[in-house]
Design a binder for this molecule. Structure first.
Ligand SMILES: [Fe+2]
Length: 271
């Protein structure tokens, strides 16, 4: 079908054939919409999301969190670990604020299919986090000693490099959330360099849908095919984003890499 479409484009020398080309593209687009949804998330344990109500820029209420749990279930995700932001200036969460929100949702979600396995956090690597790590404060982990971190989207990598070293010295396994979204990470070499320094890379599934733009989508697809990602997360903040994940359709190569990551992720969290 793709070949035919290209042929039509190649012979488009006047208005008449140009119109034919557009008609064909429209037919092709209709065909795409009828593609069967791939069961990409079946059995995946999502440990990067903002599902807990009222404590960051994620879910705004218990009801919205419950709606998100139902959407998780529709996607095939039956177990989640929540990871609200800890971002001193905007979301100054602590273990206590997260625990309280978790308890509220846990109580309300008993009749829902999706199981809340626990809570952790997504730490912004800023001066406060650096200080907490230097003081060897106990950090919230998603599972085992795996800790989820992010950097400001337009930040350089100096702080990140430092903290990777300190965290590992204290026995943590740092996971960098959505590397494909950072301006400072443009090349595969830059990602490989961070991996050599001990960071695991977590793909944000929404990047592959084009949710953050074409550039991010391109990096996500390329790095997925090159085997640079270790883990996958939804980073879901609301029902809209979970619904967007239904649009995700992977090529053969992407699918192969995706399945490998999912299997390794499940084995790592729930061996
Ligand atoms: Fe996040």
């Amino acid at each position: 079908m793709q070949n035919l479409q290209n042929e039509v484009k190649k012979v488009s020398f006047n208005n008449k054939t140009l119109i034919l080309g557009f008609s064909y593209e429209f037919m092709s687009f209709s065909f795409f919409l009828k593609k069967k949804q791939q069961p990409l998330f079946d059995g995946l344990i999502d440990f990067h999301n903002h599902l807990l109500p009222g404590i960051d820029d994620g879910s705004i209420s218990v009801n919205q969190s419950l709606e998100m749990l139902d959407l998780y279930s529709d996607l095939g995700i039956k177990k989640v670990i929540s990871s609200p932001h800890i971002y001193k200036y905007l979301y100054p969460n602590t273990k206590e604020t997260i625990q309280a929100s978790f308890a509220k949702l846990d109580k309300a979600s008993k009749t829902h299919e999706v199981e809340l396995l626990g809570f952790a956090a997504e730490y912004l690597v800023d001066e406060f986090f650096m200080r907490a790590v230097a003081a060897q404060e106990k950090q919230l982990c998603c599972f085992g000693k795996h800790i989820l971190i992010e950097i400001p989207f337009f930040d350089q990598l100096k702080r990140l490099n430092e903290v990777l070293f300190s965290l590992q010295n204290q026995g943590y396994f740092p996971i960098l959330a959505h590397p494909e979204r950072y301006a400072a990470l443009e090349t595969t070499e830059a990602v490989e360099n961070l991996k050599h320094k001990g960071a695991k890379m977590q793909l944000n599934a929404l990047s592959l849908v084009g949710y953050y733009g074409a550039e991010v989508q391109k990096k996500a697809s390329l790095w997925l095919k090159k085997g640079l990602f270790d883990l996958i997360g939804t980073d879901a903040h609301n029902p809209y984003q979970l619904n967007k994940l239904r649009d995700l359709h992977l090529s053969k190569k992407e699918l192969l890499a995706w399945k490998k990551i999912c299997a390794e992720q499940t084995a790592l969290i729930a061996p």
